[in-house]
Design a protein around this ligand. Structure first.
Ligand SMILES: NC(=O)c1ccc[n+]([C@@H]2O[C@H](COP(=O)([O-])OP(=O)(O)OC[C@H]3O[C@@H](n4cnc5c(N)ncnc54)[C@H](O)[C@@H]3O)[C@@H](O)[C@H]2O)c1
Length: 250
């Protein structure tokens, strides 16, 4: 199936992480031009190298999703290097595991700021640009935790991801009339740098509870993101798509 991604300009936030790198490679392999931002510049540059290695044009720079000036500077750099932005993947995020009893307001705010406010800041900045061209597509990464509440994840992480699911619907209502689609995905537990430090018994318990009997791989999330971002998903809008091995079926 041709996803129609040739020469589309794709921005991936937090693109130096495991799911982000997989997105960069798959978009690039389908002919897209990939721009990677991350707070870790070297990780962003490595992801861009991986995109180039499969034949795509790529750009990387440091940008903190919570810093509006960083975001504007990054987006101007992308437009100068690769052209107008067609696709945004809101992938940047941090994990926090802590009981509500012990959670400080600073812990709460830090996770909400990166995982939810960061999606708002990047989406607003990109939507302004997309609306001028009346085309585009946004995919954000929410989480199973946003649907069921934190199990190993803290309440801050779960609430931030529930916020991403809700923000996706508001963005979809705002942007749909301008021809711009907005969706999100809800990964279950995926084997990445985010979950590898979890205690072995927590990971084993998640595997036992998952009908497919294992954790997900980052490429299994990335492929769904690439599909949702592409014209192949042209009538999917305001949706949240579960990628969880069957641990939650609703
Ligand atoms: N791994 C899972 O099980 C899982 C499950 C559900 C959702 N998710 C979500 O998927 C996304 C990617 O996670 P991953 O598993 O690849 O983890 P990861 O830690 O490998 O990647 C996250 C990336 O975000 C970057 N980042 C952190 N704070 C940032 C900021 N302020 N500005 C810009 N970049 C920042 C990190 O440097 C890192 O490269 C996250 O939003 C995460 O919450 C992951």
């Amino acid at each position: 199936m041709d996803l129609g991604l040739r020469d589309r300009v794709v921005v991936i936030t937090g693109g130096g992480g495991d799911i982000g790198v997989n997105c960069a490679e798959i978009f690039a392999a389908d002919g897209a031009r990939v721009a990677v931002s991350d707070v870790r510049l070297e990780a962003a540059m490595r992801a861009a190298d991986r995109a180039r290695a499969v034949g795509g044009r790529a750009y990387a720079d440091r940008a903190d999703v919570t810093d509006i000036q960083d975001v504007e500077r990054f987006l101007s750099g992308v437009e100068a290097a690769l052209g107008p932005i067609d696709i945004l993947v809101n992938n940047a995020g941090i994990f926090h595991s802590c009981s509500i009893d012990d959670m400080s307001v600073a812990d709460w705010n830090r996770v909400m700021e990166i995982n939810l406010t960061g999606v708002f800041i990047f989406s607003q900045a990109v939507l302004r640009r997309m609306k001028q061209r009346r085309r585009g597509s946004i995919v954000s990464i929410a989480s199973l935790a946003g649907q069921v509440g934190g199990i190993h994840a803290g309440a801050n992480y779960a609430a931030s991801k529930a916020g991403v699911i809700s923000l996706t619907k508001s963005l979809a209502k705002n942007a749909g009339p301008s021809g711009i689609r907005v969706n999100c995905v809800n990964p279950g537990v995926i084997d990445t740098a985010m979950t590898q430090p979890w205690p072995a018994d927590v990971r084993a318990n998640m595997e036992r509870q998952t009908p497919l009997g294992r954790l997900g791989r980052p490429d299994e999330v990335a492929r769904v993101i690439v599909f949702l971002a592409s014209d192949a998903a042209s009538f999917i809008h305001g949706a949240h798509v579960d990628i969880n091995g069957g641990i939650l079926m609703d």
